[in-house]
Design a protein around this ligand. Structure first.
Ligand code: MRU
Length: 345
């Protein structure tokens, strides 16, 4: 299953707001439609956002009409800003947009840009799937036999270029026969866990049990969770991790219960320009995601709501960060730089 693909000049994606009930495909040929799909979370998950951003740039390059290269690049830059600004926390989106923009600037002509930009977007897509498979192998080595794993949000094929980050590790460990079961947190309010992770794992024949977010601590206290694997939307240079709201709570509980807490993310999620997690912009999403399920109102009408979509887990709660270039441990400041190398992005 592919969350996103480029088919005959169009970006084709599965509308993730309709899963698991219906499989609805969207075929988009205007970059602004991709921006809208990102804002509405029809496509989501940090690496998938990067890929969508890169394909949106390829669409923009085809749409823009300009008399000369200078005007063309100025218009492409404007499109880049709109695309990168669609969601602020996952760095993969701006990383991919900047990467494609650099390729465009190096092109020799307007005709050349459209071709090279698409090739770069396809490369970003392919590299992400390869990175995920590598992380799967590296991460599975950390899983002891007979483990019950817990994961949060959705980090599978739907959230990436294929296979998944944390879910890729879980699938690789399952294939190696090390996993007894997987607890998927529901992940309020958007329910990425109960709708998407449960769906993906069930399709793979992996024993998945959905729990409400608030049940995680109880299961940990009963010794029912061996390790936790989550993804990331942005990792600061010191190893602080921005990920789906509720991740921080899980990390604190894991520490209290002596449970390893692993983050799996490609190096495209690491933002060495930020020295710590306090500098990461956390997206606040519409109140309606909290007050409603479908069309049903769950709260008193007009009640005040806060809906931060992410939180920041300080690096000292993270046992290790699994990347495609290796498993990184403390001191993260030094080890992330060494692993990523210079010039990430
Ligand atoms: O708001 P979302 O669904 O885009 O958030 C997704 C997450 O927080 C994931 O854990 C993260 O992007 C890693 S996905 C491989």
């Amino acid at each position: 299953m592919k969350a996103i693909e480029w088919i005959d000049g169009r970006v084709v994606l599965i509308d993730q707001t309709r899963l698991p009930g219906e499989t609805v495909m969207l075929a988009l040929d205007d970059y602004l439609e991709v921006v809208q799909a990102i804002k509405e979370m029809r496509i989501r998950g940090a690496p998938a956002l990067g890929i969508a951003g890169a394909y949106a740039m390829a669409l923009a390059a085809r749409q823009i009409e300009a008399p000369d290269m200078g005007t063309f690049l100025a218009r492409l830059q404007e499109a880049a800003q709109q695309i990168a600004g669609a969601r602020p926390t996952a760095v993969n989106l701006s990383w991919a947009v900047q990467r494609t923009l650099r390729v465009a600037k190096a092109a020799s002509s307007v005709q050349d840009v459209a071709k090279t930009l698409l090739a770069e977007a396809v490369r970003i897509h392919r590299e992400d799937e390869e990175a995920n498979r590598r992380m799967g192998q590296l991460g599975a080595e950390l899983v002891p036999s007979g483990s019950a794993l817990l994961t949060h949000c959705n980090t599978g094929a739907l959230a990436t270029g294929g296979y998944g980050t944390a879910l890729g590790v879980i699938m690789a460990a399952w294939e190696q026969g090390k996993v007894t079961k997987v607890f998927a947190t529901e992940t309020r309010p958007f329910l990425q866990g109960s709708r998407l992770t449960a769906w993906e794992l069930a399709q793979e024949g992996i024993a998945v049990t959905v729990i409400v977010d608030a049940a995680a601590g109880y299961l940990m206290s009963k010794g029912e969770v061996s390790c936790i694997f989550v993804g990331a939307d942005r990792i600061a240079g010191n190893g602080d991790v921005a990920n789906k709201i509720g991740t921080y709570t899980l990390a604190v509980l894991a520490k209290v219960h002596g449970i390893p807490f692993y983050v799996a993310a490609p190096t495209s999620t690491i933002d060495l320009s930020l020295s710590g997690g306090q500098a990461i912009l956390v997206e606040e999403r519409p109140a309606r995601e909290v007050t409603h399920v479908g069309g049903t109102l769950l709260t008193p009408e007009g009640i005040e709501v806060r809906n931060p979509a992410f939180d920041i887990t300080p690096c000292n709660f993270v046992t290790a960060i699994i990347t495609e270039k290796g498993v990184v441990r403390e001191p993260y400041n030094q080890e992330l730089r060494r692993t990523v190398g210079h010039g990430n992005g």
